[in-house]
Design a protein around this ligand. Structure first.
Ligand code: NDP
Length: 502
């Protein structure tokens, strides 16, 4: 079995160090609710040290001035080491978060891919533009690194989401400080070990563990941090933007979702059922792009619901470390309580709750069985608020107009899924759903080149592909006069007159 350290330290300026407070907090296993280990609690002083190191590495270190291929060599090396350690990373992630190991193995692989991908992207797509302006100017644009990036991440897919931010931040020449979620510190620590082994220059990458309101807030308020890339709840995102306003931060915000899956009568039935089940119950339902609102056209409603009921009865629930497990425990008791509160609200609002009994072995864990909410109306709380658990709200509709109205009648706009065999309708509906990302006749399958992000309360900006460059680089335009361009001559007229007169 993989060795888990008793204490997790902060990683600042190339060293694993204790918290300045001399305090640790407990990290829990969601399957057993036993303490896994203790984590050094970072606070303002630790953030100050990390920012100082990152600033020094940015301004005076070799990182941003390295030849591109030399800089990227480090990142390729990180990718290799992630792959070499993929089994351990998957294990740590599953123990820490409760995500089934079959899924965390894929996430670890994907994380390695993120580093490779951004190396390719920076080499091939971080290109400027040139403008010939008549015969007077040549103007051209450059992408320059911005400086110190604060990266604040959630607990639902920690390793993968952290690498989504770290890879483009480093590849474009910035230095960074990662503040991982307090409930999922293990793989962030493993990544720090990998980066340390690779020998990245000191201060280029730092990790400060701790609580959002303390360590996270200090990072956001720090005047030497130029940008904050945040993934998490909408409410937190809004608070971060307020707290970062005084220091003129730039923000990338990947926030919550309540994404619709719209299934028309003519959909490929079996495939739509598969996609719907996977889209809500993978990642234990703790997935920002989860299709948590199912809109079923009336003609297939009964058949589809019967199929869903049959499936949820047979989803394998249990130990996240078991290769057969499809649904594990939620991350934390506190989150379990949140999800259970929504089930109480669902009942009070008149929804019918359908879920199987939990199997033996789940007694100590934070389990919610895969749950269907029937007879839901779009205005109910469970159709409007993000539950972030294995809970699917099911709503029926008659026609396109009605479903578009309901699908868009929500504050979020992250993702959406449309199932129909009528290709014209597929495109028509897709473009009318107010969301950053739509899939037609597919579950969430993402090519790393495409933009990732949400509309409305689901976010600001886009990660992924070359879209991330907008955030991680400062665009500069250089205007070069290639002719003697006419320059206004303020004051010259008077001077000429004066010299004439006297
Ligand atoms: P939170 O918003 O609670 O936390 C996210 C991170 O922010 C954590 O590291 C947290 O620290 C930190 N934080 C909390 N308060 C502050 C603060 N005042 N200042 C700075 N940092 C702070 O989100 P969750 O961890 O609960 O993650 C679930 C949410 O993430 C869901 O809403 C989900 O939809 C969203 N998400 C969005 C994705 C997207 O791409 N759009 C992808 C994945 C998830 P701490 O852990 O100590 O609270």
């Amino acid at each position: 079995m993989t060795f888990i350290q008793k204490e997790i330290y902060n990683y600042i300026n190339g060293e694993f160090v204790s918290s300045s407070l001399g305090r640790t907090f407990e990290n829990m296993n969601p399957y057993t609710n036993e303490i896994i280990n203790h984590v050094h609690e970072g606070a303002e002083e630790d953030i100050n040290l990390a920012v100082k190191a990152a600033k020094e590495a940015f301004e005076n270190g070799p990182w941003r001035s390295l030849k591109l291929n030399d800089r990227l060599k480090y990142l390729y090396e990180i990718a290799i080491k992630i792959e070499e350690n993929a089994e351990e990373i998957a294990f740590l992630e599953s123990v820490d978060t409760g995500l089934p190991i079959k899924q965390t193995r894929k996430m670890a692989k994907r994380a390695a891919e993120n580093f490779r991908f951004y190396c390719e992207m920076v080499k091939n797509r971080m290109v400027g533009e040139a403008y010939k302006v008549d015969d007077e100017f040549i103007n051209y644009t450059l992408h320059k690194p911005v400086g110190v990036a604060g990266l604040i991440t959630p607990w639902n897919a920690p390793f993968m989401l952290e690498t989504w931010k770290i890879a483009p931040a480093l590849a474009t020449g910035n230095t960074c400080i990662l503040k991982p979620a307090e409930w999922s510190p293990l793989t962030a620590n493993k990544l720090a070990e990998i980066i340390n082994d690779v020998g990245l220059p000191k201060g280029v990458f730092n990790v400060v563990h701790g609580f959002g309101e303390i360590a996270g807030a200090a990072l956001v308020a720090h005047e030497d941090v130029q940008m904050i890339s945040f993934t998490g709840e909408t409410k937190t995102g809004s608070e971060i933007m307020k707290n970062g306003a005084d220091t003129m931060k730039r923000f990338s915000m990947e926030l919550g979702g309540k994404s619709p899956i719209i299934v028309f009568d003519d959909a490929n039935f079996e495939r739509a059922v598969d996609a719907c089940i996977w889209g809500i119950f993978s990642f234990n339902g703790e997935r920002c792009t989860a299709n948590s609102r199912l809109f079923l056209q009336e003609g297939i409603k009964d058949k589809f619901i019967d199929a869903l009921k049959e499936r949820v009865e047979n989803i394998t629930i249990g130990n996240p470390l078991d290769n057969e497990t499809e649904l594990g425990p939620l991350i934390h008791k506190e989150h379990l309580n949140n999800v259970q509160k929504y089930l109480t609200i669902a009942e009070q609002e008149g929804a019918e709750i359908v879920s199987p009994l939990l199997p033996k072995g789940c007694e100590k864990g934070n389990f919610v069985p895969p749950t269907l909410l029937l007879n839901v109306k779009n205005e109910m709380t469970v159709a409007q608020e993000e539950i972030f658990g294995p809970v699917l709200s099911i709503i029926t509709f008659k026609n396109e107009e009605e479903v578009i109205r309901m699908a868009n009648d929500v504050k979020y706009g992250l993702a959406g899924y449309v199932w129909t065999q009528d290709i014209q309708r597929g495109h028509r509906i897709a473009s009318q759903v107010e969301a950053g990302m739509i899939w037609v006749n597919s579950q969430n399958v993402r090519d790393l080149r495409t933009p990732f992000g949400g509309a409305k309360y689901s976010g600001i900006g886009r990660e992924g592909g070359h879209y991330g460059f907008e955030f991680y680089t400062e665009m500069q335009v250089i205007h070069v006069a290639v002719a003697d361009v006419k320059i206004p001559q303020f004051g010259k007229k008077k001077l000429q007159q004066m010299s004439k007169e006297g």
